[in-house]
Design a protein around this ligand. Structure first.
Ligand SMILES: [Zn+2]
Length: 197
């Protein structure tokens, strides 16, 4: 069954050890912030910082095993039909981020989307890592300067991860519509996911 991550919103789902999850960039230019938690201990979560220590690269790719803040494998990256440009460096957006960008009033954001998505499963947590920002394009130059660019993925591109423990996977279809990180039209869209054995 294909499930929807509504535009500008979050979704969380349980996945069993050994199952796989496919995340589809249905319309092609949507960034999908992705978190993973140990389903039995939510203070253990997928950590980009800890993962970098073992994969020794800034962008995880097919074959890489993503680790938790307790150094346990949680997801293995097993398929990617996109050009492989994702981000594992930038924090999730939050309301404060939009205020700093000049927005007045409350703006939907990935940090609150995560809380709302976990609430739907009646899960509370008080720690989380930097998300794996699927399809987000943050190139850097030789001096390490970062730039926010639009995604290079195409409609229907997808990635697949295999769970290495019973986990809760949470997504946010990023509501960013001030920068072009979700494409030049600045129109965030829905995305989809599918779990299979
Ligand atoms: Zn966001």
């Amino acid at each position: 069954m294909v499930n929807t991550i509504p535009a500008k919103s979050g979704k969380a789902v349980h996945i069993k050890n050994g199952q796989s999850i496919k995340i589809i960039n249905t319309h092609g230019k949507q960034v999908i912030d992705t978190w993973a938690f140990n389903a039995n201990e939510l203070s253990e979560y997928m950590s980009m910082e800890h993962s970098r220590t073992t994969i020794l690269k800034l962008i995880p790719a097919v074959g890489d095993v993503l680790h938790t803040n307790r150094r346990n494998p949680i997801l293995t990256f097993i398929e990617d039909t996109s050009p492989g440009i994702h981000d594992a460096v930038i924090s999730a957006c939050d309301n404060e981020r939009y205020q700093l960008l000049g927005y007045k009033g409350y703006h939907k954001n990935c940090s609150d989307n995560l809380i709302e998505a976990m609430d739907e499963l009646e899960l509370t947590f008080n720690q989380r890592g930097t998300p794996f920002n699927l399809f987000m394009n943050i190139p850097w130059d030789v001096k390490g300067n970062l730039i926010f660019e639009e995604p290079v993925s195409q409609p229907g591109d997808y990635v697949v991860f295999k769970a290495e423990m019973d986990a809760v996977i949470a997504f946010s279809a990023c509501p960013q519509d001030i920068l072009k990180i979700n494409g030049p039209e600045r129109q965030p869209t829905e995305a989809h996911y599918q779990i299979f054995n």
